[in-house]
Each structure stands twice: as C-alpha cells, then as structure tokens.
Design a binder for this molecule. Structure first.
Ligand SMILES: Nc1ncnc2c1ncn2[C@@H]1O[C@H](COP(=O)(O)OP(=O)(O)OP(=O)(O)O)[C@@H](O)[C@H]1O
Ligand SMILES: [Mg+2]
Length: 390
C-alpha cells in the first residue's frame, strides 16, 4: 500500500459544501502507513464541528475499503495560521476588518443588493460579526432593503458610526444624502468615496464586511481591490445566456484583481409560486454550472424568484430573517455557510495580498479613465488594468 493509493482513495472525500475533494485542496498531510495501521492529518481551519466530523467519517470509510483496520484521521488547523488576509503584505486601509467579500455582477438588476443583504444577515445569524457596505454610490439601495432608510448615522469627530439592523453594521451613500438626491460624480470622486467608506467609518472588528458593488467592472471595483485585500468574490447572475456573458466579465475581473472567487449565485433561477409552492422555470435554470467550471469555481446557490424576496427588499424586511423557513432563506443560509468555509480555506492557505495590483497611475486618477491610459489601450476593450475600461 502506497501513499499514492491512499491519496487516490481520499479523492472521494469532498470538502463539505464544495465539489472539490480534500486532496485537490491540498489539505491531506503526514500520511503514515504501518501494515494495517494508518494515520494522517487533514489541515483545515473551518471551526464547524460538522465539517470536521463529516471529513473524518468519509475518510474512514474510504480507508476501510483499502483494508486498513486501525485508522486515525486527525483534523487540525494549520500550525501558526499564517497571516490573516488583513495583515499580509499589500495595502489595507481598514485593517480592523478581517475579511472583505465583494459581491459583483456584470449586469445591473440581477440581484446583487438582495444577495448582499441576505448573505450578510445569514452570516450574522450564524454568529459572525458582519458589516454591509453599499458601494453602489449612484444607486444606493441597501438602506431601504435593510429597513434603515429613515435613519441618519451619528458623527463622531470626523468619523461616522455605521447604522445597525438585523445584527449587521451598515453604511451607504444613501444614508448620508437626502432621499431622492442624485450624485453626478467623476470616477476619481467615486474612488475617494470608496476609500472614505473604508477608512472613515467606525466599523467594529468585523469578521466579514460584505460589499455590494455597482454593476459592471470599473473604478469602484478596482479601487476597492487596491485599498483592501479582498478575501472572496461572489458573482451574481440570472440564468439567461446574456446575463451569463456579463458574469464571465465579472469572473474575469476577479482573476485579474487577484480576488479568490468563492462562487456564483444563480438568482431568479426558477419561480416558486406562492399558492401552489411548486417551482417552474422562467429564465432557464442550471445554465450557470458550466460557467462556474470554466472559471474553476462553484455554483454556491440557486435562488428562485420568490415574491417574498422582492417584498422583503421593498419593505426592509429581508426574507432570510423574516421568513427563515422559506426555501429561499434556507438557500441563503447554505450559501452563507459555503462562503464562510471558503474564507476559512483562503486564510488557511495564507490569505490574500493586493500587492500585485497597486495603482501605477497618479493618486486620484482612475486607471480606467481615458486620461490615464495610453491612447492605444483606450481605443478598444481592455486597458490591461483588469478594470475593464470602456
Ligand atoms: N430571487 C428574487 N425573487 C424576487 N425578486 C427578486 C429576487 N432577487 C431580486 N429581486 C428583486 O429584483 C430587483 C433587483 O434586485 P437588486 O436590487 O438586488 O439587483 P442589483 O443587481 O443590486 O441591481 P443594481 O444593478 O441596480 O444595483 C429588486 O426589486 C429585488 O427585490
Ligand atoms: Mg444593487
């Protein structure tokens, strides 16, 4: 019996919540074989007991099949879990936040804000300290969706205290402006605003800050990725091919910005009719999985169109909190667990650094703006900055 045979067998043990196995993730260490005895270590940082138990149980079954009788599967955290994402090299202007999650999409109106709200609350319900930053400066929807549209934040010196609802700290341009006001800003001002949201808001020591992005791939995304190390990116899409085309751009952006992709949320995937509770296909379903595979990531949830989701957004009573028994709420909770496991995994493997994507343009000038980029790069498509310029 060789180590290779053992590793081959352990490829049947998937990391809970993912389609990849524990060998592919590189979690299996220190395999020692002595006759019918085997011991090995699986190095994960997930604190969830059920994750540990499931791995032990499934690995034991596989090893028994190989004929081992004395089996020791030890689960342990990597020794000195290397620096967390917030302390690694690169730039971090909000070091008291442990992990940043960027919720993005190529297309508008696919459900980024709805996803951000429900994922943030789900993680808070699972015991994490969570913040929700609305980085959609032109179209801030988070205050209404979180039920804090009438509240104004308290100012402390030259800093601002976040609002709080459903156990989540919140900040949005919508909370700083009069209702219905519009902003007509250049890219450089958007960049400044994003930086201030990270630097001048008195966020607590958060486990996770979820950041709801404006649609597309531009200044806001690039500035965020350059200002803080983003631990995980989530792309939201609807199942139609036209939306998927745009989601590829979003996934490509994560890669260019060195943001580990936690996965895709297929939103408006089927319709749950409130009277009959059956699920029917409207925009198509299951179209997202091949795209996930293309980008070596996962489909982390399929969220159906459910009137309660829209009503929850409009009334500031998010479905995950107010209708916890609904199918949609359960799927958001599951997606939140997968996201937390993914964050654990990224940190276990050394965290993230944004050193490689620091700006080469002068401060305050957008790398995407036509002023900053050389002529030939602005004439068509990418400006090679990873920001997908016009
Ligand atoms: N699964 C769903 N079921 C029913 N309604 C939904 C669902 N997801 C989103 N909606 C509704 O669709 C509308 C658009 O969603 P949302 O504002 O979250 O999209 P967005 O991607 O953030 O849009 P934008 O690009 O404008 O920021 C909202 O009214 C929301 O309540
Ligand atoms: Mg939005």
């Amino acid at each position: 019996m060789t180590n290779e045979t053992v590793l081959e067998a352990l490829k049947n043990v998937t990391y809970p919540g993912f389609t990849k196995d524990i060998v592919a993730f590189g979690f299996v260490k220190d395999v020692v074989i002595e006759g019918a005895n085997i011991s090995l270590t699986v190095e994960i940082t997930s604190s969830a007991d059920e994750v540990k138990q499931q791995i032990i149980q499934e690995a034991t079954i596989e090893l028994k099949k190989l004929g081992f009788s004395d089996i020791a599967v030890n689960i342990k955290a990597p020794e000195a879990p290397r620096q967390m994402s917030n302390s690694i090299s690169g730039k971090n202007i909000a070091p008291h936040v442990k992990n940043f999650v960027m919720v993005s999409s190529g297309k508008g109106g696919v459900g980024k804000s709805t996803t951000s709200v429900n994922l943030a609350i789900a993680m808070a319900m699972q015991g994490k300290k969570v913040g929700l930053l609305d980085a959609d400066i032109y179209g801030p929807n988070i205050p209404r969706m979180m039920g804090v549209a009438d509240q104004r934040p308290e100012i402390q010196g030259n800093k601002v205290l976040p609002l709080k609802a459903y156990g989540v700290e919140i900040m949005s341009m919508g909370s700083l402006m009069e209702p219905g006001q519009s902003l007509i800003w250049r890219g450089a001002m958007i960049m400044k605003a994003i930086e201030q949201f990270l630097r001048d808001i008195l966020w607590s020591e958060l486990d996770v800050l979820v950041i709801d992005m404006p649609p597309g791939t531009g200044d806001a995304q690039l500035t965020l990725a350059q200002s803080v190390p983003v631990t995980a990116g989530i792309t939201v899409t609807t199942p139609q091919e036209v939306s998927l085309d745009d989601s590829r751009r979003s996934l490509d952006m994560f890669q260019k910005l060195h943001i580990p992709t936690a996965g895709i949320i297929e939103n408006m995937s089927g319709f749950i009719c409130p009277s009959c509770k059956t699920e029917s296909d409207i925009f198509g379903m299951g179209t997202t999985e091949p795209v996930a595979r293309e980008y070596d990531t996962e489909l982390i949830a399929r969220i159906p169109i459910e009137p309660a989701v829209r009503i929850g957004g409009d009334t500031g009573m998010p479905v995950v909190y107010h209708k916890p028994d609904s199918e949609t709420a359960k799927r958001y909770q599951e997606a939140a667990s997968k996201l937390l496991s993914f964050i654990d995994k990224v940190n276990a493997q050394g965290g993230v650094s944004n050193e490689a994507i620091q700006p080469t343009t002068p401060a305050g000038v957008s790398a995407c703006s036509t002023q900053a980029a050389p002529k030939e790069e602005t004439s068509g498509g990418s400006c090679k900055t990873g920001c997908g310029c016009n």
